[in-house]
Design a protein around this ligand. Structure first.
Ligand SMILES: [Zn+2]
Length: 270
């Protein structure tokens, strides 16, 4: 029995419905022939020259990523350009590019839910519920820890379960402060920092936080913030996504890239 690219897209879009994507987003199929046969799908967080080469070397006919390959307008498919070159190479080498981005963030069991599970959050619910019949759908997660702990221990526990990166786990708040209620948003979570439901928790966990928004949030009363590597906070979703796809498509091989596409290569401790 052969499996077409379209059959894989159908399963992916049932797991991570495009209707859950943010308005500004562009998930879905970027490159590919929906009728083509696919026996092997490679998963990575980002579509880069390196992850595409890895997919090609492993014999995969599809690279499924979290971040869309096509996001900003592309003016050329010049093989020497960044995005245009990637699209050119994918088409030339017969590797389809597909992404599940904010739709996978908001889906039940998706990126945010995986991070919340890993942190051990109980009584999880979305931070910003989706306009959807499923109450588990929505951006970010709220929950509580099974037992109160200190902010320092909490951040150390997260550092242990995430892949290590130069970005590390940085914390704003007192090490000894007691924390039990948690809000989180995998990936860049600046935009949710001012929400009252975030401010009401003991600690907000996200990535890519900037200086001023973090200072403002602290001044407005948010007790503590844990800033993760964007890549690490979302990479943890990939093995779960691969398992979910394989349950529906047992005849297809799914592999997960462990290439670190976190852009930071090293840090100097001071
Ligand atoms: Zn992201």
């Amino acid at each position: 029995m052969t499996t077409s690219l379209q059959q894989i897209v159908d399963v992916a879009e049932r797991l991570w419905p495009p209707s859950l994507a943010e308005e500004w987003d562009n998930p879905g199929l970027a490159v590919g022939d929906r009728a083509a046969t696919v026996t092997h799908v490679h998963l990575a967080l980002d579509a880069t020259a390196e992850t595409l080469a890895e997919a090609r070397r492993s014999g995969a006919q599809m690279l499924l990523t979290h971040h869309p390959a096509l996001f900003r307008p592309v003016r050329t498919l010049d093989a020497a350009s960044a995005t245009g070159g990637l699209l050119f190479a994918a088409a030339r080498d017969g590797v389809a590019l597909f992404s599940a981005h904010t739709n996978a963030d908001s889906a039940p069991g998706g990126v945010n839910a995986v991070l919340a599970d890993l942190i051990g959050l109980r009584d999880q619910r979305p931070l910003v519920p989706a306009d959807d019949a499923n109450a588990d759908a929505g951006l970010g997660r709220l929950g509580r820890l099974p037992a109160g702990t200190t902010l320092g221990e909490f951040a150390s526990d997260i550092a242990r379960v995430l892949p290590s990166t130069a970005s590390q786990v940085r914390v704003s708040g007192d090490f000894e402060r007691e924390v039990s209620t948690v809000s989180l948003c995998s990936g860049a979570g600046d935009s949710l920092l001012q929400l009252p439901q975030v401010q009401a928790t003991d600690v907000y966990v996200t990535a890519d936080l900037r200086h001023h928004v973090t200072l403002d949030a602290r001044a407005e009363g948010l007790p503590a913030v844990v800033n993760l590597s964007h890549w690490a906070s979302e990479w943890v979703w990939l093995p779960v996504a691969a398992r979910q796809l394989a349950e529906h498509l047992p005849q297809v091989r799914f592999t997960v890239s462990d290439l670190r596409t976190d852009p930071w290569d090293f840090a100097i401790a001071q």
